[in-house]
Design a protein around this ligand. Structure first.
Ligand code: DHB
Ligand code: FE
Length: 278
């Protein structure tokens, strides 16, 4: 049977992708950040997934004001890197896993979560930057990826609790897939940041560290935090953190922290990163 073996959380800052693509990872500004992912690259080479279920948000690239699904699951064979205004990143196309994606869709919708099925979609930095951080710059990505896009761009956004419970439904779906697959679930985005308005540039280290602590130890309690508190304490784009609760909901109550990393600055955000095993 398929099983979820681990969860990964990471920020998906677009400038981090540019630093990789432009060969700047050893610059003074970026070096400490990339050092925080050295362990992760080693860990994933020793624990290679067959499939990554990658929770991220699209940033008005695949979707626009014309059409904004709350939860969208990518069921295609392949997904191309999106052109976000500077041409698509020169990273490999993403290979999906249509059979597992369709199985999860069936199971999760029967468990009362309304998913939008997406059979054609370009994937933006929200998805490709985490792949680069974890896998570096391979010729092709070493595993299949199921893109799972969450709307955190236009209000209303899903609550943390809904995301956490959705994670549990995804776990149940993976556990009932009749193929021997090692699946990891990744939650991306965050941590505190605000890109616009009078509070642009906001970073809240105390909020971020407390979020990491609670995500590990008390996820159910954390899931009850109202969405306005993410914005109040973590800035308008801090709401991306609800996606980490989907990852956490798909893991056991007790988890082992394999890696924890936190770094400021990275572009306009605080970068957070966790690797959790059952
Ligand atoms: C930045 C961070 C993000 O998560 C994002 O989606 C866009 C921009 C930033 O730090 O600039
Ligand atoms: Fe983002």
């Amino acid at each position: 049977m398929a099983r979820i073996s681990a969860g990964v959380a990471t920020s998906h800052v677009p400038a981090v992708g540019a630093a990789i693509d432009l060969g700047k990872t050893q610059d003074d500004y970026w070096k400490p950040l990339f050092q925080g992912y050295e362990y992760s690259k080693q860990w994933i080479s020793e624990n290679p997934p067959d499939v990554v279920f990658l929770v991220y948000n699209d940033h008005a690239n695949a979707f626009s004001m014309d059409l904004i699904p709350t939860f969208a699951i990518g069921c295609a064979e392949t997904f191309k890197p999106a052109d976000e205004g500077w041409g698509p990143r020169k990273v490999p196309d993403v290979s999906g896993h249509p059979e597992l994606a369709s199985h999860i869709t069936q199971s999760v919708i029967q468990d009362d979560f309304d998913l939008t099925v997406v059979n054609k979609m370009d994937v933006d930095h929200g998805l490709t930057v985490p792949l680069s951080l974890m896998f570096g710059q391979p010729q092709s990505w070493p595993c299949k990826v199921i893109p799972f896009a969450v709307n955190v761009v236009l209000y209303p956004v899903p609550s943390g609790l809904r995301c956490y419970l959705l994670g549990k439904a995804i776990r149940k779906a993976v556990d009932s897939f009749d193929r021997d697959l090692n699946v990891q679930i990744w939650g991306t985005g965050g941590m505190s940041h605000q890109l616009q308005g009078p509070r642009a540039g906001l970073i809240n280290k105390a909020f971020d560290q407390s979020f990491l602590d609670q995500l590990i130890e008390q996820p159910q309690q954390l899931a009850e935090m109202p969405h306005l508190d993410y914005i109040r304490h973590g800035g308008s784009e801090g709401i991306e953190l609800v996606m980490w609760l989907i990852m956490r909901g798909a893991l056991d109550q007790n988890v082992q922290v394999k890696h924890r990393f936190y770094h400021v600055p990275a572009s306009n955000t605080a970068v957070g990163h966790l690797i959790l095993e059952h």
